[in-house]
Design a binder for this molecule. Structure first.
Ligand SMILES: C[S@@+](CC[C@H](N)C(=O)[O-])C[C@H]1O[C@@H](n2cnc3c(N)ncnc32)[C@H](O)[C@@H]1O
Length: 399
């Protein structure tokens, strides 16, 4: 579907404001008709391209997301309060306020089951008289509620994160979750004990209260076991479409060695390995590499290799050469020394996947200056109602 295909119902829904929009900063385009959100994102990409004077042979219009709402498969809610000493809340940070948390039990980006679980867990917390962990005093029991959902399987993983203070009723929490009337099924209930001071979900001890430590997911025809802390695409349907289109940009993978740089849990690496002679994924987060290896085994894919480490350092010491390179860097883009390393291979085709058009145009400029032609570019709106835009791009070496 192209931006011009947006249906009227979607536009109408977008104009109705989210009940949390006054405080929650999650949806920066809340209330703006979807067709307009797409136009703005398209214009932003066009402007960045023109500022850098990039020459692009073919450009497609922005791809609308498969779903405008209810697409997020993961939420990390925080316990806190709106005002100092006020009633306990569970949800997201209030726009521009580091210490305040707004309860978001009617969020439209998540499945309704997430809203039900959030609300019930908060009510239960109040009944129990538990306190929220306080970022400054480092006192209090309840820290986060992390919910994850398999879109293909409808499995939910519930992870309650507490401090190491005593008194948490694990049995009561499990009874609460198992007693909920949900559309999806609970795959596992976990308790993470985190005594670290930083305001992030860290794990000192992981306690299995029920079921499995992971949920099952399917993407690109591949199976994935996603555990409590491993990275996974937050909008699976949109990511799947983007990855398929990105892989289709490559002429022919047969008999070729592909490098998938910044590979995360290796979705693209495995999909490429199905067609190529060999696929090599490089990723800095060791747990993601571990998950990628396990998932490749589950899928019976043996012609892929995953290497943990910084892209530049890994490539600098790795003797094999690629025929094709795929990059999907973080928002900061690719460093100059890693780009030089990529250029040194002189491959015919590079596919660039970006979650930040601003750094993408900088990297494309450098690649263009150093002998590559930008053959194709297409933006994707994988995160409707937010400010994020993704892009795919094909570069070919000048002959
Ligand atoms: C946009 S994500 C890519 C997701 C991936 N395509 C997938 O399917 O899971 C970017 C990834 O780059 C990794 N990363 C960031 N800096 C890196 C570096 N210097 N070297 C290697 N990987 C890095 C991040 O940990 C993250 O997993």
């Amino acid at each position: 579907m192209k931006s011009t295909d947006i249906d009227v119902k979607k536009d109408y829904e977008a104009v109705a404001k989210c009940p949390h929009s006054e405080f929650c900063g999650g949806c920066s385009s809340d209330g703006i008709p979807y067709s307009q959100q797409l136009s703005v994102k398209q214009e932003q990409v066009d402007e960045l391209i023109s500022l850098k004077r990039l020459h692009i042979d073919n450009q497609d219009e922005i791809q609308a997301a498969p779903e405008q709402f209810r697409y997020r498969n993961k939420m990390e809610y925080t316990f806190g309060d709106m005002e100092k000493g006020g009633p306990i809340t569970l949800g997201m940070h209030v726009k521009g306020k580091f210490m305040s948390i707004v309860t978001v039990d009617r969020c439209r980006l998540v499945h309704e089951d997430f809203n039900i679980i959030l609300k019930e867990v908060l009510d239960w917390t109040v009944q129990k008289g538990y306190t929220a962990y306080h970022k400054k005093s480092h006192k209090g029991l309840m820290r986060h509620l992390v919910l994850r959902r398999g879109i293909a399987t409808g499995e939910i993983l519930v992870n309650i994160v507490t401090s190491d203070e005593e008194g948490f009723d694990e049995k009561g929490f499990l009874e609460l979750i198992n007693g909920l009337k949900l559309e999806n099924k609970i795959a596992g209930v976990l308790r993470t004990i985190n005594s670290a001071k930083a305001d992030a979900v860290k794990c000192d001890e992981l306690r299995m209260l029920y079921g499995s430590p992971y949920y099952n997911e399917e993407i690109m025809g591949l199976k994935f076991k996603v555990s409590a802390f491993s990275f996974f695409q937050t909008n699976v349907k949109a990511a799947e479409r983007l990855y398929k289109e990105a892989l289709n940009l490559i002429d022919n993978l047969e008999g070729k060695t592909v490098f998938d740089l910044f590979c995360g849990t290796g979705t693209i690496t495995q999909a490429a390995a199905l067609k190529a002679k060999k696929a090599v994924g490089v990723e800095i987060v060791e747990e993601a590499v571990k998950a990628a290896k396990e998932n490749a085994m589950i899928n019976g894919i043996s012609n892929c290799e995953f290497i943990a480490g910084d892209v530049f350092e890994v490539l600098d010491s790795y003797s094999h050469k690629p025929d094709v390179i795929i990059v999907d860097p973080p928002r900061a883009g690719i460093s100059a020394k890693a780009l030089d390393k990529i250029l040194s291979y002189g491959v015919d085709q590079i596919v660039y996947i970006s979650c930040n058009p601003r750094t993408m145009v900088e990297n494309l400029y450098y690649l263009q200056y150093n002998g590559y032609r930008i053959r194709y570019l297409k933006p994707f709106d994988n995160f409707p109602n937010t400010k994020h835009t993704e892009c795919i791009c094909l570069l070919e070496r000048n002959k």
